[in-house]
Ligand binder design. Structure first.
Ligand SMILES: NC(=O)c1ccc[n+]([C@@H]2O[C@H](COP(=O)([O-])OP(=O)(O)OC[C@H]3O[C@@H](n4cnc5c(N)ncnc54)[C@H](O)[C@@H]3O)[C@@H](O)[C@H]2O)c1
Ligand SMILES: O=C(O)C1=N[C@H](C(=O)O)CCC1
Length: 233
């Protein structure tokens, strides 16, 4: 498979290593400007760039009939526009806030737990995410997905950074050293608490998931998620 990398930072470089180990070829590394790109050389594009760059990269790939996998977070105000464009152009697109197998299982667990807790008002729920100090966006995309899972199974109407109310689910974001990504969902009552937690030990799981998604999307048309790729139901 001929892969183009949009973004060649920490994730782009890890994806390159894993893709090469799996027998793929890296045909382009686009790390700043998206001018002068030959889209004919690539079978699939993987975008791990920056919040301000992702939507432009994704639309260029879709407009040039290149299937695109994006893991960039912090650009989701434009997600529905990317979906419309992909539908119009009959392209192929996957965004995931987190590509790791472990986190996608954690998402399922979070939804299941939220359903069990939905009629137990004595428990208050909060989310915490911890990442490295270079991270540009807060809260993390993963924390937003977790919050959406809780909200869709509870009376909460929205999430908010550092703020809780009866209708607002609180997310706390911490930036510490080189932490690759730790997410905790906690239900707390007067008598006890229940915590579920995912801890990434490094970036390999994210990168492997992105390459797996790129392998999976070849030959398909539509907008997909990691639930589709991992066949989680
Ligand atoms: N979904 C996931 O599983 C997952 C996992 C890890 C990181 N991420 C996200 O991926 C993104 C990248 O993470 P990172 O740790 O590699 O960051 P990074 O800062 O190490 O790398 C980002 C790279 O993008 C480059 N860039 C800037 N403008 C660009 C443009 N117009 N086109 C292409 N590249 C451009 C920068 O020069 C930089 O090298 C972040 O949004 C992060 O939150 C997602
Ligand atoms: O390092 C990052 O940045 C990460 N971003 C994603 C997010 O925002 O959830 C996934 C975890 C690592």
């Amino acid at each position: 498979m001929r892969i183009a990398l949009f973004g060649y930072g920490k994730m782009g470089q890890m994806i390159e290593e894993i893709a090469l180990n799996r027998g793929h070829e890296i045909v382009a590394k686009i790390d700043e400007s998206t001018e002068d790109i030959n889209f004919n050389t690539m079978d699939v594009a993987i975008d791990f760039s920056m919040p301000s760059a992702a939507y432009g990269n994704i639309t260029k790939c879709i407009n040039n009939n290149v299937p695109v996998i994006s893991g960039t977070t912090g650009w989701l105000d434009d997600y529905e526009n990317a979906v419309s464009l992909c539908n119009d152009k009959k392209g192929a697109f996957i965004y995931a806030s987190n590509f790791s197998l472990g986190v996608n299982i954690f998402f399922e667990l979070n939804n299941y737990l939220a359903k069990m807790m939905q009629n137990l008002p004595e428990y208050k729920v909060e989310l915490e995410e911890i990442h490295h100090t270079q991270k540009l966006d807060a809260p993390s995309g993963t924390a937003i997905t977790l919050a959406e899972g809780v909200i869709s199974n509870s009376n909460y109407k929205a999430w908010k950074l550092d703020h809780s109310s009866d209708e607002t689910l609180k997310i706390t974001s911490k930036r510490i050293g080189k932490v690759p990504g730790t997410h905790t969902v906690e239900y707390d009552s007067v008598v006890d608490s229940i915590q579920i937690k995912h801890t990434a030990h490094n970036r390999e799981g994210f990168a492997l998931g992105a390459v797996t998604a790129a392998e999976w999307i070849i030959g398909k048309t539509g907008i997909f998620s990691m639930r589709d790729v991992l066949n989680l139901g």
